[in-house]
Every structure is written in structure tokens, then in C-alpha cells.
Design a protein around this ligand. Structure first.
Ligand SMILES: [Zn+2]
Length: 311
């Protein structure tokens, strides 16, 4: 089915969906630096109203066209992002760079590719996207069935290297993998001229980071500290408000440091997961983070199990 047909089916679904639903959310990009914008998603979970866009997305305007950093959680998210881009520039979206493999990082790729955009990603990112794509579409379809028509589409020619310098129009983009983190193959996009870092899910602020069974906590901690060497004036984190390194350290780096320190000792001492979680359930310095109550103990437990297995 062509994307046009897919889109018209989506439009019908969306109209019926919105007419039975609460007021639609507003999606817009905010300027963060010269020709550089960010959509800052809410700190909530995925909902039919936010269309899975509870994350941040980048937009850079080059002289050749607009470049998106990440493409949203599927066709419905891609259409609202496209609309938000059109409020900033009348240039076409000519490229999408993926920073990761979680649904809201890349499931909009197919929509933009069909309209002529080139999709860029590192081979390590694409490997995870390929293995998880179908499952992620299913997950988004549970959020709302308007995602059912989304097809996982990856970059045609992924970059084999972990550190790539890409020039699009007159703008330089560096795509870098510092280590597996929230998802295996996570990457960041560094704009050396603007000194802006789009960190993807390497950095979360204002909310708890997410550790899944396949997230690699020790590697994430190392990756964070390697990324810290970038002289970023501004960081657009994967989730939360635009920040600097101090804030990123406070909400992500320090949490990872403590997690690794505490759980490596606990697993070496063979404390057992229940005891390790009980001993660490109160970390007041991170209580301000949204979702602390629902995530912190799960993260402790998953991290202990990883260290016990020696991951
Ligand atoms: Zn995310």
C-alpha cells in the first residue's frame, strides 16, 4: 500500500479517534540555537493524546532542507511532526538521523522516507531496530490502533563506523556511538558548529531514566562519561528540558554512577536481589525525578541482576 493510501486510512482513523477522544495535544518546535530547534515531549508515558511523542525530537534547518533528529513513534507521530516543521520552515524534510531504537526514535522513518527523505543511522543502531521493529509497532498499536499501519523502516545504508561526520547542505552533524545504553546501539548527534548535543536516550533529565532488561547499565555509565567530553553549550536530552552538563550529571550521570557503584558491590557480596533493592530503595537526591516512585526499585532490581550475570 502506498504511503498516500496509508495516510488517507490513517486520516480517517485519526478523525474518528480524535472525535471520540479528548482534545488533541499541540506539537511544536522551539528554537534552541541558530537554525536548531527541539520538540520537547511531556514527561508522561505514551498516551493516545501524545501519540507516543513523550520524548524529544530535533530539527536543524540547512540550506538544502530540514533535517529531523529522530522521527517519532509511527505514522501518526510523523504527520504531526511534519506539520510542526512546516510552522518553522517551508523547506522540505530531506533527512532523518536516528539516535536510537526505541519506538519514538525511528518508527516515523517510513513516512518521511516515502516522501523522499534519506534516513541516516549507525549500523549498530539499525541492528537493534531490525530485531525489535515488529514488536515495537505492536506495542504502539496497544497505545492506539492508529499505529497499526506503521512499518518499521531502517536506514538503507547504515554507517559501519561508530563515529561519523556527516555534512548535509551547509551543516555538519557528527553521529557517535559511545556505548550501549538505554537500547543497544544508542547514538548521539553532535552539532560542532552550534555546540548543541542531541543526546537521544543517553541522557534523561527531570524524569527517571529507563532501564529495560536489555539496557546495559555499566556500558551506559561509561558512555555518559565519554560523551561528557563534548563541549556542549546546550544539550537536548532524550527526555526532559534543554539543559547543560551540570543538569545532565545531576539527573543521569550521578544516578548511573551510584547505581553501578552500589550494585557492583552488592552483587560481589552476593547480597541477593531483594536485599539489594531493600537497602537502596530511598535515594532522596533523585526523588525529584518524575516516575521515581514507579521506576527506581525496578531499576535497582534489573541492575543487580545484570551485575550478578556479569553483563
Ligand atoms: Zn525514550
Amino acid at each position: 500500500m502506498s504511503i498516500i493510501k496509508v495516510f488517507s486510512v490513517f486520516a480517517v482513523l485519526a478523525i474518528s479517534f480524535f472525535s471520540h477522544s479528548v482534545i488533541a495535544m499541540e506539537f511544536h518546535f522551539t528554537k534552541v540555537a541558530d537554525k536548531t530547534y527541539a520538540y520537547i515531549g511531556p514527561l508522561t508515558n505514551r498516551t493516545p493524546e501524545n501519540l507516543g511523542l513523550n520524548n524529544n525530537i530535533g530539527l536543524v534547518i540547512t540550506d538544502k532542507g530540514a533535517v529531523l533528529i529522530d522521527s517519532g513513534a509511527g505514522i501518526p507521530s510523523a504527520t504531526v511532526l511534519e506539520d510542526a516543521v512546516s510552522k518553522v520552515t517551508d523547506k522540505k524534510i530531506i533527512a532523518v538521523i536516528n539516535t536510537g531504537s526505541q519506538d519514538h526514535r525511528w518508527l516515523g522513518n517510513g513516512y518521511f522516507a516515502e516522501k523522499g527523505a534519506t534516513i541516516y543511522a549507525l549500523a549498530k543502531t539499525v541492528k537493534t531496530q531490525e530485531s525489535m521493529g515488529a514488536g515495537l509497532v505492536d506495542k504502539m498499536t496497544k497505545v492506539s490502533d492508529i499505529f497499526a499501519l506503521t512499518k518499521p523502516v531502517t536506514a538503507k545504508t547504515p554507517f559501519k563506523k561508530d563515529d561519523v561526520k556527516l555534512t548535509i547542505g551547509n551543516t555538519m552533524f557528527h553521529v557517535k556511538h559511545f556505548g550501549d545504553a538505554h537500547f543497544p546501539g544508542d547514538a548521539v548527534v553532535w552539532l560542532p558548529e552550534q555546540k548543541v548535543l542531541f543526546s537521544g536516550d543517553l541522557i534523561y533529565v527531570d524524569r527517571m531514566l529507563g532501564v529495560h532488561p536489555f539496557s546495559k547499565v555499566a556500558s551506559w555509565q561509561k558512555a555518559f562519561h565519554l560523551a561528557e567530553k563534548l563541549p556542549a553549550k546546550l544539550i537536548v536530552p532524550g527526555h526532559g528540558q534543554v539543559c547543560d552538563w551540570n543538569k545532565a550529571r545531576q539527573d543521569t550521570g550521578n544516578y548511573l554512577d551510584k547505581l553501578v557503584k552500589v550494585m557492583s558491590v552488592a552483587s560481589e557480596d552476593m547480597l541477593g536481589v531483594d536485599q539489594a533493592v531493600a537497602d537502596n530503595k530511598d535515594w532522596p537526591e533523585f526523588k525529584h525525578l518524575e516516575h521515581y516512585d514507579s521506576w527506581h526499585k525496578t531499576i535497582l532490581s534489573r541492575t543487580y541482576l545484570q551485575f550478578e550475570e556479569g553483563i
